[in-house]
Design a protein around this ligand. Structure first.
Ligand SMILES: Cc1cc2nc3c(=O)[nH]c(=O)nc-3n(C[C@H](O)[C@H](O)[C@H](O)COP(=O)(O)O)c2cc1C
Length: 321
């Protein structure tokens, strides 16, 4: 690969970006940035790259969760005022733009059943009962139930749910149970296979889904089993097609797309288990001095009816649209 030519600003920016990573991965990151930079420069007919082109190339190889770092570099004062200050100043905290985004949905087939014949199971992966995720899950479920569907909510924190132990018994064709672990997941498997639609809400912890959701989805692996049919390997699914899902992700940083890639990942896992995700919500702005609560210890989202209504409408969409 030809090394793209960088001017002084471009070189400084590249070094600054590379310093984000430990030496063990710096070389791999540099190679990818340079490859993208070559393409961008060829497309623009640029003979030298400055800091803007370097940043453009970097943004192509990192997820949106790096945005807070770029925001800090671009305008440190604004970053301090709108983000850092919210951790020690109540006024700045009250100004955090809390938002919910209902994802645009493609035209899909109408559900096979009418809402009155449907059962919805909602899972809240946040450990904070009455928190922002829990409130949004409740609101989405309320929307779904308003159509006549039946349903319930399960707090993952409250059930007995062990980690997958990787024994692979569930992959054996003659194994008749779902999982060797004797815990509440056995009831949950049944509820998922019986449901017509599910809702999964989770907070972002350390840039990815919280551990409760991660553990939950690992335990779903037993829904999928391989078998030999007509001399070829086939995957069989314990979940019958025709079910729908809504995924809700919440986080602290106040940009509405920062962790959409994590939601996309959860959507893909659910889809892998032949449940069709038809609704998704992102919700942001839940951190700072009171960690997403107001002075009455109520989730801030509960004080914003317009934002909450997006969850309610998506709940209706899950079963009726
Ligand atoms: C252990 C932990 C790690 C977190 N990591 C992040 C993070 O990487 N990025 C972010 O924007 N928010 C992060 N947050 C903030 C939570 O995502 C946010 O407070 C959450 O949406 C609140 O949901 P809840 O009210 O349902 O608990 C973290 C919170 C905790 C407790």
């Amino acid at each position: 690969m030809n090394e793209p030519r960088l001017n002084i600003d471009g070189k400084d920016m590249l070094n600054k970006v590379l310093s984000l990573w430990p030496p063990l991965i710096q070389g791999r990151k540099r190679e990818r940035i340079m490859r993208i930079l070559n393409w961008i420069m060829a497309a623009r007919g640029a003979s030298q790259a400055g800091k803007d082109l370097v940043i453009e190339a970097v943004k192509e190889i990192v997820p949106k969760s790096y945005d807070p770092i770029f925001h800090m570099w671009e305008d440190p004062e604004k970053f301090n005022r709108e983000f850092l200050a919210t951790f020690d100043n109540l006024e700045a905290y009250k100004n955090i733009p809390v938002q919910v985004k209902r994802w645009e949905r493609p035209p899909d087939e109408k559900p096979a059943k009418s809402p009155g014949e449907m059962t919805v199971v909602a899972f809240c992966a946040s450990p904070r009962k009455g928190g922002n995720t829990d409130t949004l899950v409740d609101e989405a479920l309320k929307g779904a139930l308003s159509t006549g569907a039946q349903g319930e909510k399960i707090m993952l924190q409250k059930i007995k749910m062990g980690f997958c132990i990787g024994c692979r018994r569930c992959k054996e064709t003659d194994y008749e149970q779902m999982c060797v672990i004797k815990d509440d997941m056995n009831d949950v498997y049944q509820k998922i296979t019986d449901a017509d639609a599910i809702i999964i809400g989770f907070p972002i912890y350390t840039g990815r889904e919280c551990a409760q959701l991660s553990t939950f989805l690992d335990r779903w692996d037993c829904f999928e089993r391989g078998s030999i049919v007509d001399n070829s390997f086939r995957l069989t699914h314990a979940i019958k097609p025709g079910k729908r899902a809504m995924i809700i992700g919440t986080w602290g940083y106040s940009a509405i797309d920062t962790y959409d890639h994590v939601i996309e990942n959860v959507i893909s896992i659910v889809n892998m288990h032949v449940i069709q995700p038809v609704e998704a919500l992102s919700a942001c702005g839940f951190e700072g001095i009171l960690h997403g609560f107001d002075e009455n210890k109520k989730a801030v989202i509960a004080t914003l009816p317009e934002e909450l209504n997006k969850a309610y409408q998506a709940g209706i969409g899950l079963v009726a649209e």
